[in-house]
Design a protein around this ligand. Sequence first.
Ligand code: DC
Length: 225
Amino acid sequence: MGIYSVAVDGPAGSGKSTVAKLIAKELGIVYIDTGAMYRAVALYCINNGIDTKNEEAVSGILDSIDMDIKAENGGQRIYLSGIDVTDDVRSQKAGAGASDVAVIGSVRQKLVNIQRSLAKGMSVIMDGRDIGTNVLTDADVKIYLSASADERAKRRCGELKKLGLEYDFELVKSQIIQRDKNDSERALNPLRKAEDAIEVDTTSMNIDEVKDTIIKIIKEKAGIG
Ligand code: DC
């Protein structure tokens, strides 16, 4: 079986990371969560008193961010200056800040370079917004996941609850809608379905159904299994 890559894109809360992790485990390939990298840049800014909307200030501190990514059994851990921030980057604040810093060209350039080098020489499933359209344009399989805003807000609340973090459903939903707007209307590599991507609407599917649907597509497209 050769090396292959799978790109999974879609809006916030469409189930990308949950399903990509399960698929990575089942197929024995590496999972790369690119959203966590934008979140880590935002977390660094928040922790250092830098406004995530201030392009000049964020660009100015980019070189001082020491980010490290390690694969672990179907998952990924992310570190800032050697400190594991995998759970911390899941907060609502880091998510909103991530959407801000994601419009900045220098941030995207730094993170896309890291993402491409992580994907070299091994089979990966990478999730984000611009994987099929920009980061891995040659991916063997491109999936675009969608779901209604209501359903996505429910899922994000479940995720926050599991981590023991506080949340408010209406706030989470309005943030998701705002995030969709930011992510799809920005000038640089906006959230968009690649022409050669297969769309899977997950609104009325459970996670196993989504996983099985995608694995079937991967097996057909990548010629594995
Ligand atoms: O998937 P997520 O919620 O963890 O992503 C957080 C933010 O990061 C999202 O609002 C937009 C940005 N992002 C991006 O611009 N490009 C990616 N490949 C991944 C995430």
